[in-house]
Design a protein around this ligand. Structure first.
Ligand code: 9MR
Length: 369
């Protein structure tokens, strides 16, 4: 072999090694970056589950290893009348998760919002008695959890029962059963599937009042010998709230209370903040000045958004001993509920992938690190 041929073979080998390593780098998804640390989840909607958005499914396969039902398991959808369950979409969701090798999360068994109209009232619209509500809660939880036993890894058992100041939300469940509805819900869920993980899930979890009350709630459930595996920190955040240090304080507090933490509904609005919570009922009228980027996010705002996402992910990785899942509340920007809340018709940029299915810069940075 002459020197020319040797050089040629050597350069070809080098080039193919380079190409294959750069291909591998491109093939890596977020879930690979978080491998061994936490799951990467996404809330999916019925269109995605039905395969109507194939590009979105590609993203799910590449970057995610967990899914949660955005809407189809809420009582209004799955249990619209006392004696009527509608499992079609929830079944499709679970089958989709199994087909795509996802860890499947159920959301949510007890929530004051999107509550089936019949659930807490009698035929005259008056609150039912405590005994009637207990029976309805038990039937609801037992039927749903039993149906998906062994297929759903964990359930958001109770969603959003605590206000920002730490007081109990004055929901119909609370009005009728007091705080007892929470241990009852955890008990019924555990009886229906003893192997399922059980979570309390809420937004605004870095608010001190809510943080302290969630810790008390976890202790109360544990003191009674009930199962609670984790606390879901929804993480619907904005460019100017919450302070990352306050978020860390809540992570520390929940860790000290002896539960796992899941970041369950992450999105970050890039628009001016109107409302710091995530209460679906809080709405305001459309105003043009509060929809400043209808045709795309300016570079400086995008940079600010990506830097702050990186800060959040740094926090997640730093606390990977206790954070077991990080779930985005949707896949691409156009899917997000934030485009319509708290003001209908805004164009927001809150998710990890843009309207063209492209990863945002912070995602690319995480993957190429
Ligand atoms: O993203 C969900 C949106 O499509 C629904 O219209 C709304 C009401 O059911 O719920 C949204 O999801 C909420 C989640 O279930 C609980 N935490 C707050 C989320 C955003 O509102």
């Amino acid at each position: 072999m002459n020197i020319k041929t040797t050089t040629f073979i050597f350069s070809t080998l080098l080039l193919s090694a380079f190409l294959s390593s750069s291909c591998n780098a491109q093939e890596k998804g977020l879930k690979d970056v978080a491998q061994g640390k936490f799951l990467i989840g996404a809330a999916v909607n019925v269109n995605q589950v039905k395969g109507k958005d194939p590009k979105c499914i590609e993203l799910l396969d590449k970057h995610f290893n967990s899914i949660v039902a955005e809407n189809c398991m809420k009582s209004e959808e799955i249990h619209p009348q006392e004696n009527v369950y509608n499992f079609t979409e929830a079944d499709e969701f679970v089958n989709f998760g199994k087909k795509h090798n996802m860890t499947i999360i159920g959301h949510c068994l007890v929530w004051h919002s999107q509550l089936a109209k019949w659930f807490c009232v009698d035929k005259d619209g008056k609150n039912v008695s405590a005994d009637v509500l207990k029976k309805r809660l038990k039937d609801h939880i037992t039927t749903i959890v039993t149906r998906y036993k062994g297929q759903i890894k964990g359930w958001d058992v109770v969603n959003e029962a605590i206000e920002s100041d730490g007081s109990w939300r004055n929901s119909k469940f609370y009005q009728i059963l007091g705080e007892e509805f929470i241990p009852l819900a955890f008990q019924y869920a555990h009886e229906a599937d003893p192997d399922a993980e059980l979570y309390y899930n809420d937004y605004g979890m870095s608010d001190k009042g809510r943080r302290d009350s969630v810790v008390k709630l976890v202790k109360m459930l544990k003191d009674r010998g009930l199962r609670i595996d984790g606390v879901g920190m929804q993480c619907h955040v904005g460019l100017d709230y919450p302070e990352i240090t306050e978020f860390q304080k809540s992570v520390d507090a929940f860790k000290a209370a002896g539960v796992k933490i899941m970041i369950t509904e992450m999105d970050m609005s890039a628009l001016p903040t109107i409302n710091r919570g995530a209460n679906v009922a809080d709405k305001v009228e459309f105003e043009k000045k509060l929809n400043p980027y209808p045709n795309g996010l300016p570079e400086d705002v995008s940079a600010q958004w990506n830097n702050r996402m990186t800060e959040f992910f740094n926090l997640f990785f730093k606390n990977a001993d206790v954070i077991t899942r990080v779930t985005a509340w949707g896949v691409i920007d156009s899917d997000s509920w934030k485009n319509n809340w708290p003001m209908r018709g805004r164009v927001d940029y809150p998710l990890w992938f843009d309207r063209n299915y492209e990863p945002k810069p912070f995602v690319k940075d995480l993957i190429n690190k």
